[in-house]
Design a binder for this molecule. Structure first.
Ligand SMILES: Cc1cc2nc3c(=O)[nH]c(=O)nc-3n(C[C@H](O)[C@H](O)[C@H](O)COP(=O)(O)OP(=O)(O)OC[C@H]3O[C@@H](n4cnc5c(N)ncnc54)[C@H](O)[C@@H]3O)c2cc1C
Length: 327
């Protein structure tokens, strides 16, 4: 990704704009990530139009032509870098989605059980949990991170297990801090900020959650969601909660002016948080898909394959469920 950006917009711009965007979205390093794996649309548009600027101009012209023809303004869908528009979430957070799905499916879902092994049967599959209880199914969709899926396949198919283990992940630590409004000097009139790695600041960025979603903090308070770690800073896992907050405070204070310690502090550690679509990702994915296809009724979904965003996970889930329904 870095080379792609540096060739088109120059090294300084790539370091200042692309590097922090990449660490903000993927927790990754622009020099290690694969452009066609991370942003396939950008790659396709460049191939189709012969350049990013040409692609943007062509898109605008197409939009204008279609507006003239239909007399209606076309909905903006964004440029080659991705969709445009506002940041979207549920009022109380993204877990609303999984909670609702869980409630809708009711007792079909067996909660708090860890699948540890998968075995082939003549007419389907056995999934064995940590208590040795077996669930039987004609079709199985593995939807957990690749590293846990890998251990389930150790006895059944070592090739699949090795292919799953080949996907790297980066750690991410999210520090959610709630402050009294008067304890932060900055007007917080924005989205927050991402920091280029070249600045030698450990914090990857800080999102001003309550500026984006007002219901995320009560009247008179504000909330930040700051991130540390990523592929370039795996030692972050060794820091205590106190060390994490001290690092953040030291680095955020000169930028936004923090007068006091937070009123509320919650730290979420994702030791293997975000899959890294590094160079060779598409080949690793194709290798896994070839191995999986040898077993009818077996599928994988999740953020490690076609995109890390929730949207991409949902799209992949639709594609897999359509395949299953066709059977
Ligand atoms: C800190 C952070 C912030 C993010 N922010 C955003 C964002 O703002 N917008 C966005 O679009 N994306 C965001 N993402 C990415 C997005 O949240 C994830 O990519 C997405 O939720 C992954 O979905 P998934 O179903 O693949 O995996 P998960 O959500 O990890 O689900 C996997 C499930 O498998 C279960 N599981 C694991 N092992 C087993 C086992 N052996 N047996 C049974 N169950 C098992 C786990 O408990 C878990 O429930 C963020 C990711 C991180 C880490």
């Amino acid at each position: 990704m870095f080379d792609f950006a540096a060739r088109r917009i120059g090294r300084a711009a790539a370091e200042t704009f692309v590097d922090p965007m990449v660490s903000g979205v993927f927790g990754g390093l622009a020099r290690e990530l694969s452009l066609p794996a991370c942003f396939p649309v950008m790659r396709e548009m460049e191939m189709q139009y012969g350049g990013l600027v040409k692609a943007m101009v062509a898109r605008q012209l197409e939009k204008r032509r279609s507006q003239k023809k239909t007399g209606r303004a076309e909905k903006t869908t964004g440029g080659p870098a991705g969709p445009s528009g506002r940041l979207t979430s549920f009022k109380t957070g993204l877990d609303v989605l999984t909670q609702c799905l869980g409630n809708k499916l009711g007792t079909i879902i067996k909660r708090n059980q860890t699948a540890v092994q998968i075995q082939r049967r003549e007419d389907g599959w056995d999934i064995i949990d940590q208590n040795g209880i077996t669930a039987r199914a004609r079709q199985v969709v593995i939807a957990c991170p690749t590293y846990t899926a890998a251990s389930m396949f150790l006895d059944f198919d070592r090739g699949i297990s090795a292919a799953l283990n080949a996907f790297p992940y980066a750690p991410i630590i999210v520090v959610a801090s709630g402050h009294r409004r008067e304890d932060v000097i900055h007007p917080l009139d924005g989205f927050g900020f991402l920091i280029p790695r070249s600045q030698k600041i450990r914090t990857l960025g800080s999102i001003w959650t309550s500026s984006i979603f007002s219901e995320r903090a009560p009247e008179g308070y504000i909330q930040f969601r700051s991130m540390l770690g990523g592929a370039g800073d795996t030692s972050v896992n060794g820091l205590s909660d106190e060390q994490l907050w001290n690092t953040l405070k030291r680095e955020l204070d000169p930028l936004i002016g923090i007068r006091n310690d937070p009123h509320l502090l919650q730290i979420y550690r994702w030791e293997r948080g975000i899959p890294q679509f590094t160079l060779g990702h598409r080949e690793r994915r194709a290798c896994l898909e070839r191995l999986i296809e040898r077993h009818p009724g077996l599928f994988v979904v999740g953020n490690a394959y076609y995109g890390v965003s929730l949207n991409e996970c949902i799209k992949m889930a639709y594609r897999v469920s359509e395949k299953i329904l066709k059977k």
